[in-house]
Design a protein around this ligand. Structure first.
Ligand SMILES: CC(C)(COP(=O)(O)OP(=O)(O)OC[C@H]1O[C@@H](n2cnc3c(N)ncnc32)[C@H](O)[C@@H]1OP(=O)(O)O)[C@@H](O)C(=O)NCCC(=O)NCCS
Length: 268
């Protein structure tokens, strides 16, 4: 879905929102997933209707345009993910501030315990809003053949064999999918990439109705879902005791949005 798109415009954002049903031993819950792709010009022009004043304050003049774009499109995706859970709330009422580990910390008046995780790559961002009791992490990357040597260095042979056994895809995509799973885990854990990447190793991968589902060698408490379209790859990580359900039509819509975002990537 393209929003606010006047005929012939190419500058309008792409947005896809997805409700996720969570089933835990302690009960049921919901999460909101969103993908957003928007040019910096659109985000700057519309930020007054999106950002909390504390978020606006993060946009100092010193920011490089790339960082400014990431900050804006990430907050925009996060607000759309939150809108899945709270459609009637003004996005400006949600403040997502950096915590001491640089992790996103969400606050809003009268809001229950919700968390967010977000990731940006160029003009595209993905975000997940989730009950804080069910920690999640998300990552998005663009698969680039020139990064293959680096990614070979940051993944283990066992992980690579594991994925190759169930996915026939170019090496850059396979390695990027592994990287996304590890980085999404690092966000769920709040450590980010401050730990050796081998510690975040994928332990197993199998195909399920939801897609490619991974477990982790050293963090048996978590599982991850890997998806990709065009040259964009993403991963969502959440606790293994929780079943996550996405309706088939929503899954197809999400995949289509990821493909559209990848196809619309500005030329290098
Ligand atoms: C988390 C991390 C892996 C993300 O790296 P990235 O690939 O460049 O960026 P992504 O777009 O995928 O994700 C960025 C988002 O991750 C989130 N994030 C940052 N640190 C996080 C952490 N410790 N835990 C969870 N999420 C975190 C933020 O929301 C950030 O976006 P924002 O700054 O616009 O709010 C990386 O920033 C990291 O390792 N941070 C750890 C803290 C650290 O070492 N900081 C010093 C950096 S010099």
């Amino acid at each position: 879905m393209r929003e606010d798109e006047p005929a012939g415009s190419v500058a309008a954002p792409l947005v896809r929102q997805l409700p996720l049903a969570l089933t835990a031993p302690s009960g049921a819950g919901r999460a909101g997933l969103a993908l957003a792709a928007a040019p910096l010009g659109w985000l700057d022009a519309h930020r007054a209707g999106i950002l909390h004043p504390d978020e606006e304050a993060l946009l100092t003049d010193r920011l490089h345009a790339r960082r400014r774009h990431g900050l804006l499109v990430g907050r925009y995706a996060a607000k759309r993910a939150l809108a899945v859970l709270h459609p009637d709330r003004d996005p400006r009422g949600f403040a997502i501030r950096p915590g001491v580990l640089e992790q996103p910390v969400l606050s809003a008046e009268g809001l229950g315990n919700l968390g967010v995780s977000l990731s940006h790559a160029g003009p595209v961002a993905v975000a997940i809003a989730f009950p804080e009791g069910c920690p999640m992490g998300i990552d998005l990357e663009r698969a680039r053949p020139d990064l293959v040597p680096l990614l070979l260095d940051q993944t283990l042979p066992a992980e690579r064999q594991c994925l190759a056994a169930c996915l026939d895809a170019p090496e850059a995509e396979r390695l990027t999918r592994l990287w996304c799973l590890k980085e999404a885990l690092s966000k769920a854990l709040r450590c980010g990439l401050t730990v050796p990447t081998a510690l975040l190793a994928v332990g197993g991968i199998e195909r399920s109705a939801q897609g490619l589902v991974a477990t982790f060698a050293n963090f048996a408490q978590y599982q991850g879902l890997s998806f990709a379209a065009g040259d964009l790859a993403a991963a969502l990580v959440w606790p293994r005791t929780v079943t996550l359900s996405i309706a088939a039509a929503d899954r197809a819509g999400w995949q289509a949005a990821l493909a559209e975002a990848a196809a619309g990537w500005p030329g290098d």
